[in-house]
Design a protein around this ligand. Structure first.
Ligand code: PEP
Length: 262
């Protein structure tokens, strides 16, 4: 039996935004998302101080929201940290974990990312687990090894049921913020590999959404999203411009309407 495949587009604002600019962007995205076909899901992951504003402006719209990281703890003496249940208090449904910027600048290990994934699931949110290789690793032929270990370390801590509740984002580090996206074929190859690793964990996990991230723009989104194992995108820079972000969402909707899953 075949069914229509839903595409998911999530914006990662990173450390950008101020109240006034956010209001304009969120209102435009909420309004634009209302006109998208039903087969596209849209989300934005904002800096935590703006969760209340995001909730106020997106509540009742088609757009989901969430955070870009969570603490590995639920509460306690961890100055500066934000716990997953706190994000839930503001209506979050999504939480990015293991973004390459956190792995690199905050020395987050694969094990820590796995624990954060557990905290997100326990809070009832959906973790978007990021994996990706450096250019050096790709050129050394180590892409599968690197992303395989990153994903397997997370899956090892999850039950079969929990592993079916995650989203995985493949974000080659050399493509993030560089304007140099992976080709659709390069991305598809890694996604197919990740899909097989998920399937080895459990049949249900094989079906989780696999997002591609790294310099997705309106002009390359459709080709990327047309690949059979690319279920949407995690969008950095282009998510800060309402027209670009909505054009990417529209591309996802157009492709989603065409693709079928066997
Ligand atoms: C990201 O940071 O998750 C990302 C994909 O960034 P960009 O789209 O700007 O490459």
């Amino acid at each position: 039996m075949s069914k229509q495949r839903t595409k998911l587009v999530v914006g990662n604002w990173k450390m950008h935004g101020r109240l006034a600019d956010n209001a304009v962007l969120l209102e435009a995205v909420a309004q634009g998302a209302g006109a998208l076909p039903a087969n596209v899901r849209v989300g934005v992951c904002v800096p935590s101080p703006y969760l209340a504003q995001t909730q106020a402006l997106l509540d009742g719209s088609r757009v989901e929201w969430g955070v870009q990281d969570v603490s590995a703890y639920t509460h306690g003496a961890y100055t500066g940290e934000v716990a997953a249940p706190m994000a839930l208090d503001f209506g979050s449904r999504l939480a990015i974990v293991g973004h390459s910027e956190r792995r690199a600048y905050h020395r987050e290990s694969a094990e820590l990312v796995a624990v954060k994934t557990q905290r997100v699931l326990e809070a009832g949110l959906t973790p978007i687990v990021c994996v990706g290789e450096t250019l050096e690793e790709r050129e050394a032929g180590k892409t599968q090894q690197v992303v395989g270990v990153q994903l397997d370390t997370v899956l090892a801590k999850l039950s079969a049921q929990e592993s079916a509740r995650i989203i995985v984002a493949y974000e080659p580090i050399w493509a993030i913020g560089t304007g140099k996206s992976a080709t659709a074929q390069q991305a598809q190859d890694v996604h197919a590999f990740l899909r097989a690793r998920l399937a080895a964990k459990s049949a249900a996990a094989a079906d989780v959404a696999l997002l591609y991230g790294g310099s997705v723009k309106p002009d390359n989104a459709e080709e990327l999203f047309r690949q059979p194992d690319i279920d949407g995108g995690l969008i950095g820079g282009a998510s800060l411009k309402d027209k670009d972000f909505l054009a990417i969402c529209k591309a996802a909707g157009a492709v989603g309407a065409l693709s079928v899953k066997q």
